[in-house]
Design a binder for this molecule. Structure first.
Ligand code: PAF
Length: 277
């Protein structure tokens, strides 16, 4: 695996790949890799002939009181995992390379960015859309792979790629979970042992609510029950919501729906979501 940190080196390597007629599959990450990321890499390997992974902890998608400074950084371990997985190229730009002095451009996807996590983390999806557009322009992949754990992010990216005619296939990979159901996340590393135990209430509450709704039960009572379960388990809720799976707005009869939640336990903010059929 080649590791590059400068744009010129990135371009040279990508030119070689393109010269071979490669189909470029790209997985953007912020590092602190776990099996969830490795599932994205496996999907990328099936979707393309050369796999490129980026590691960049994107400062502009963190709010002022969020965890940018303490976000886990494990460059060497990440790099070993990617090399062992057969990744061809690791792109690890610095913040100065991504946002040089005078950087003044932002990408904003209205509508889908403004609800749920967008409402609770103002500017977050603008930061995501901006960095992902920049990464897409740097790499110009044929296909890019994102986790469904960040469901709203996936919908923001799909909207952006369609609206801006980026011509990149966007693949979503189902959430990878621990044996007890907790969604894999780099932020799980922040959980104290007792909070880790209580955190399983999140997937369980969503699963129970989804079952009630799927079986035709009352939606509002199912959501209220999930909120009550989570609060009783010690979570502070941002939201538990049933939404249209694509727009994240109110459910539209006949369209796929998604049940999503964001909540804090012991100061760690966790998100999760599941389909409601
Ligand atoms: O999902 C993430 O890890 C990040 O939001 C992404 C897509 C790499 C952009 O910084």
């Amino acid at each position: 695996m080649q590791t590059v940190r400068q744009i010129d080196d990135l371009r040279k390597t990508l030119d070689v790949f393109r010269g071979e007629g490669a189909r470029l599959a790209f997985v953007p990450t912020m590092g602190a890799l776990h099996d969830g990321h490795m599932a994205l890499v496996e999907t990328a390997k099936r979707a393309g002939t050369r796999v490129i992974v980026s590691i960049f902890v994107n400062p502009i998608q963190f709010g002022p009181n969020e965890d940018l400074a303490k976000y886990p950084r494990r460059e060497q371990a990440d790099s070993r995992m990617l090399a062992n997985a057969g990744v061809d190229l690791l792109w690890m730009p610095s913040a100065e390379t991504m946002y040089p002095e005078g950087f003044a451009t932002g990408v904003r996807v209205s509508g889908v960015s403004e609800l749920l996590d967008g409402a609770h983390r103002p500017g977050h999806f603008d930061g995501v859309a901006t960095v992902v557009s920049k990464l897409f322009n740097q790499i110009r992949p044929d296909v890019a792979v994102f986790g469904e754990k960040d469901w709203q992010q996936l919908q923001v990216i799909r909207r952006m790629v369609a609206d801006l005619d980026m011509g990149i296939d966007i693949l979503g990979v189902p959430t990878q979970r621990e044996d007890d159901g907790l969604a894999l996340s780099s932020r799980n590393a922040y959980l104290m042992p007792e909070d880790r135990v209580r955190a399983i209430a999140l997937p369980r509450a969503l699963g129970a609510a989804a079952k009630v709704i799927t079986e035709g039960g009352d939606r509002e009572s199912a959501l209220a029950q999930a909120r009550e379960t989570l609060t009783a388990a010690g979570f502070e809720l941002d939201y538990v919501a049933l939404a249209d799976a694509e727009s994240l707005g109110a459910p539209i009869e006949g369209n796929p729906m998604r049940l999503l939640a964001a909540a804090r336990i012991g100061g760690t903010r966790l998100i999760d979501n599941i389909p409601v059929l």
